[in-house]
Write a protein that binds this ligand. Structure first.
Ligand code: S3P
Length: 172
């Protein structure tokens, strides 16, 4: 399968998957998708509602099946995964088999600075938590998954040029 037009961005909430994904999609002239948005339209509920009414396990199941359905039905895309996507079911293997995966590795401190009140409210995992501690513990447990991405950018100020740079390098 030709993966050059299939890109998936992974990393913690606030790492820039959606913002950079949109920029990259314009840069590469590819359609942009956000896995959370796809789940919300499929379920006709917000992520907060799904977590609140059905719980995290149900959300993870929907996430895995939406991801699989998406990979099977799209040829060209930039996809922003959810922060936890690579860590459940065989999502990581599926993403690596179907796309170029890029891990946006941003420090806990920088993620924390970006997490304003609205960003916290939109993300049920941070509800009633000390946000910095939660970010640190999530990074700790997720790093082994994130690090299996095909590419990794480690910086607190990743740009679309950095992403296209590693993709170009690879194609040479
Ligand atoms: C989650 C991240 C969210 C969303 C859900 C769970 C996580 O996506 O999928 O709230 O487990 O880190 P973003 O990374 O886009 O915030």
């Amino acid at each position: 399968m030709d993966l050059s037009n299939r890109i998936i961005l992974i990393g913690m909430p606030g790492s820039g998957k959606t913002t950079l994904g949109k920029e990259l999609s314009e840069w590469m002239n590819l359609p942009f998708f956000d896995l959370d948005d796809l789940i919300e339209s499929k379920e006709e509920k917000t992520i907060q509602q799904i977590f609140g009414q059905e719980g995290e396990d149900a959300f993870r199941e929907m996430e895995a099946s939406t991801l699989e359905g998406f990979c099977n039905s799209h040829n060209k895309f930039v996809l922003a995964a959810g922060g936890g996507t690579p860590c459940y079911y065989n999502n990581l293997e599926l993403m690596n088999a179907n796309a170029k995966t890029i891990y946006l590795d941003v420090s806990a401190e920088a993620l924390f600075e970006r997490m304003n009140k609205t960003a916290v409210e939109k993300r049920p995992l941070f509800k009633n938590e000390n946000v910095l501690d939660k970010i640190k513990s999530l990074i700790e447990s997720r790093r082994p998954f994130y690090e299996k991405a095909k590419h990794r950018l480690m910086s607190d100020s990743i740009s679309v040029e950095d992403i296209s740079g590693i993709l170009k390098e690879e194609s040479h």
